[in-house]
Design a protein around this ligand. Structure first.
Ligand SMILES: [Zn+2]
Length: 122
């Protein structure tokens, strides 16, 4: 089957975006299961530097689905090593946008039990 030219162009553009903006390494496509959402979100993860981003169309679908169910956004993320003995976690861009988080901002961290970490924006 011969693809129309426009499709070929789209495919090439798509392929270009599959490299990490931080280190230029190839990104791995990973389906992320989100609690209470039927369609998994497609994410791109760099195995070299922990860059992580959601495919915009798929995260929009997920956000729509969550809004229609009014359940809180839950995303599975990995704890990463920042430096020796220090652990951290990136805030996903969609979380940053929806909460309007800024670097340097202070948040309250509480641990209500051994299964939850609650972050409160002041
Ligand atoms: Zn990278």
């Amino acid at each position: 089957m011969k693809l129309p030219e426009s499709n070929v162009d789209k495919h090439q553009k798509f392929k270009k975006s599959l490299t990490c903006p931080n280190c230029g390494k190839e990104l791995k496509k990973v389906n992320v299961d989100i609690e209470d959402v039927e369609t998994p979100a497609i994410s791109y993860q760099c195995l070299n530097c922990d860059y992580f981003s959601f495919e915009p169309e798929s995260i929009m679908k997920v956000i729509k689905e969550i809004k229609s169910k009014e359940s809180p956004l839950k995303i599975k993320q990995k704890i990463i090593k920042l430096s020796k003995d220090r652990l951290g976690m990136y805030f996903n861009q969609d979380i940053v946008k929806s909460l309007n988080l800024k670097s340097g901002e202070e948040i309250l961290v509480s641990v209500p039990d051994n299964k939850r970490i609650v972050l409160e924006i002041e």
